[in-house]
Design a protein around this ligand. Sequence first.
Ligand code: TXA
Ligand code: MG
Length: 333
Amino acid sequence: MTRILRIDPEQPDPAAIAEAAARIRLGQLVAFAAETVYGLGADATSAEAVAGIFAAKGRPAFNPLIVHAVDVAMARGCVAGWPGAADRLAGAFWPGPLTLVLPRSGMIPDIVTAGRETVGVRVPATAVALWLIDVAERPIAAPSANRSTGVSPTLAAHVADDLGGAVDLILDSGPTAIGLESTVLDLTTRVPRILRPGPITAQEIGSVLKRRVRHGPEPADRSDQSHASPGQMAVHYAPRTPAVRVEDPATLGAFPWPRRAAVLSFGERLASPPPWVLSYHMASPEGAARNLYRLLRECDAAGLDLIVVVPPPDLPRWRAIRDRLRRATRGPG
Ligand code: TXA
Ligand code: MG
């Protein structure tokens, strides 16, 4: 049985937080809103509790989880070392959508890190998440609260649709503010590397660190999908409806449209979207982040035959959106 509690995002009801925290301490699963997407939380210090996350999501055991801390002091307890770069980035971006991959401490069980010697940690930026971690008095491991490889949830109803019955409590505080998962930054390599592009860009990180930041795992790790950041598996964040990518909108006129289709466009508005298909336009990266996952889920619910995605231009500010669109669709590479 899944219990769903409405909770005010600005002033969370202490009784609801107390119940959620008690459930975390008992080893149960509690879904809550981060500023990015809804997370499926469990006590990060309990291997047994965390096993429940993998079971509920159908997540492969090789894909590690992000650990959420209430502040830098708790985050430092999860890692074996705290370099100056981590301190500067935490100062600039926490609480916020930046996950730092660092050598892990003995406090974090193997199952959380999928057996690696590193752990991803961050301090999320919602009152609900921070209070929950604080009252539970322990870090909370939380992946996005969707079925593995599916679309991340930005509403509590998405969590209930995907995981209803498998999660003990859902704290429903409304839509998430950002709508896209955190940036994952590896600080264990010689040059810091962005393993998953997200709301905090390479440029923003680079200007805090006053050094260059690279995209993607170390070249040596690229051949091994299970190694550097499994969230970067080719098929991920995908709707159930077949979805294709069309880079050149000029070719849409000649496109073999099925009867029930939608076109999602980004950046420039399409000159003439075919009048008989559903058409959604997202003009800015922020607007796209807030709406993309909800729209993909609505397309699934509408029983469409096809989703056609016309991606935004290949510019730094669109990088995270382009990354998710590439993983959600089939396309020319
Ligand atoms: O915004 C977010 O990050 C959300 C909210 C709930 O915080 N969480 C989230 O978790 O998106 P998840 O599990 O869906 O994605 C975690 C990503 C995956 O790509 C995973 O491979 C990567 O972080 N990751 C976690 N620990 C890692 C580690 N030690 N080394 C490399 N990548 C890691
Ligand atoms: Mg996920």
